[in-house]
Design a protein around this ligand. Sequence first.
Ligand code: IPM
Ligand code: MG
Length: 373
Amino acid sequence: MAKYKIGWMPGDGVGVDVMDATRIVLDKLGFDAEYVPGDIGWEFWKTEANPLPDRTIEMLNNVDAALFGAITSLPKEEAEAALIPELRGTGKVYRSPIVRLRQEFNLRTNLRPCKAYSGNPLNFKDGLDMVVFRQNTEGLYMGVEWHPLPQEVRDVMKRTHPAQMRVLEETANEDIAVSTRIFTRKGCQQIVRDAFEYARKFGYKTVTVVEKPNVVRETSGLMVREARKIAKDYPGIDLWETNIDAMCMWLIKNPEQYGVMVSSNMFGDILSDLCAQLVGGLGFACSGNIGDKVAVFEPSHGSAPKYVGMNKVNPIAMILSAKMMLDYLGEIDMAKKLEGAVAAVIAEGKVRTYDMGGTSTTTAMAEAIAAKC
Ligand code: IPM
Ligand code: MG
């Protein structure tokens, strides 16, 4: 029997290419796993009106960790039009399967390391080493939304916020859409604590909480207040507080000043794309969705439909996500070897995918990394 059971979910688009590439590297490392395939993505939306079938959830309940490639997500109307005829008009609503997965398995921590490997022609600055902790289940991603606005919700808002609601007096319910931003104290505490623990373990001197408590007083306020309390348990690590807008500016100006950052779901989503671009873009952006029972590792990039089947995209984001999985499973030596191999290939500069200004294929990049393992 293999040592680990790993959920294998390529998804669609270039997810398939980057997962195949990752397999080359994991096999070379001698990672002892049974890979259990899982259906997820656009294909299953079109034919079953469910991009995350129950059988996939069942599978994930029985693995040690999972790798996930990418999926296509389209807005409401386009999703409806893509369904096979017999499923159209049945009231099924497309929900991003990765967002659902995060909630279904309470994968509350999204960990996104952004490191500038030396020799990467895409680095904004050399030497950057940042990590974003994004709360992964709450906030604007909870999916508590209305359009049109139900009258009872309107009544509550009018009662609790009469002054603010005055501007909506003339606007009909059909013309109002509301998306809620729900934070829990526990959610804030857990993500902040994860960030501090990581900072302590890997020797980062600061944790920056990135919110907007001067305007979004209740939710961002809760996060920042909890961060201040938790910071007291970590002498020697400074808590910095920065607003999300200013943070985007500071990260362009002085990115080397930042280490660990922690934020809520949507702000963390935005922040992690910015950080990814500072270290070479989405081709290098790896991530882990971590819960108490299982963890799903995925590149931050999407399915890039225009590159499908071209064996063209950079697999490094996916390969580094597999490296994070190895760390999570406690295969520290293997993880180090893999990261060293990635760093060596980048430093050498002989094999470069199109985003890095080269012409190497996805497979060639994987083989070069495997050769260095
Ligand atoms: C990410 C992505 C996802 C998100 C999308 C694909 C739903 O942007 O993982 O950052 O918004 O979380
Ligand atoms: Mg994103």
